[in-house]
Design a protein around this ligand. Structure first.
Ligand code: KIV
Length: 270
């Protein structure tokens, strides 16, 4: 398995780091087979697995459950698990306990938390103090959806951009080994990447971060909303729907099951 040291070496050698979300055993298995460096068990599962409008209804138990399944499918891949809404907001003790759950029960290798306020920086320090590798997340942090008033590009103005750079530096100083940058201008993502020694991973942050992450379902057309930054490689929703219709028609027409699907068929003639 690629570990933090190898990931850092990749950054030093300017080798691009690949990351994708996954939430279940079989998807994780395919991601590992494809040789992707990192799996993120993201709280985006609120939308693509639970069918919610946003990530706020995801619990720590949800992330543990899905991380366990992902670990079974990808025993040899570095896994980052998201700390969901309110699992790291109350106090440092709770943050440490929830982070440990993701590592010990879920089988994750690191945890990710959103935001760069002074209290979030304290939480990162607390997690790192428990020997748990921490990943920061700045820009469009979906748990702040109500504050942002929608899924909008962040830090377009100079003042906001300066604030984001300062927060990124604080996240690095707090001991995080990686920072996810979501939906910010490419120029700002490049500035942050040039400024930091830790790894930056972009999602809607342009071309100059140390790596890229996307939501698994967005690649395959299996989500309700396709952001501008997400590339759809295939429309599996269409393919699956058409094949479900074929299956249903076969059942109605008694074309399924066929002989090869039947244990000890009654006659040999049909
Ligand atoms: O929850 C998630 O999937 C994420 C990525 C979009 C970075 O945080």
């Amino acid at each position: 398995m690629i570990g933090i040291l190898e990931l850092k070496t990749k950054k030093e050698r300017q080798e691009i780091i690949t990351m994708i979300t996954a939430y279940d055993y079989y998807a994780a298995k395919l991601v590992e087979k494809a040789g992707i460096d990192i799996i993120l068990v993201g709280d985006s599962l609120g939308m693509v697995i639970k069918g919610n409008k946003n990530t706020l209804g995801v619990s720590i138990e949800d992330i543990v459950y899905h991380t366990k399944a992902v670990r079974k499918g990808a025993g040899d891949t570095f896994i980052i698990a998201d700390l969901p809404y309110m699992s790291f907001h109350v106090n440092i003790e709770e943050t440490k306990k929830n982070s440990a759950k993701l590592i010990v029960e879920g089988g994750a290798d690191a945890v990710k938390l959103e935001g760069g306020s002074p209290s979030r920086i304290d939480m990162i320090k607390g997690i790192v103090d428990c020997e748990i590798p921490a990943v920061g997340h700045l820009g469009l942090t979906p748990q702040s959806i109500h504050k942002f008033g929608g899924y909008k590009v962040q830090a377009k103005q100079e003042k906001e951009a300066e604030r984001l750079i300062k927060q990124a530096i604080e996240i690095e100083k707090a001991g995080a080994f990686m920072l996810v940058l979501e939906a910010i201008p490419e120029k700002l993502a490049k500035q942050v990447t040039d400024e930091l020694k830790i790894i930056t991973i972009g999602i809607g942050a342009g071309r100059y971060t140390d790596g890229q992450v996307l939501v698994y379902n967005d690649l395959f057309g299996l989500s309700d909303y396709q952001p501008k930054f997400a590339k759809q490689y295939i429309d599996l929703a269409d393919i699956i729907t058409k094949n479900l219709m074929k299956y249903a028609q076969d059942v109605r027409d008694k074309k399924f099951p066929e002989k090869e699907h039947i244990y000890y068929p009654l006659t040999d003639t049909e």
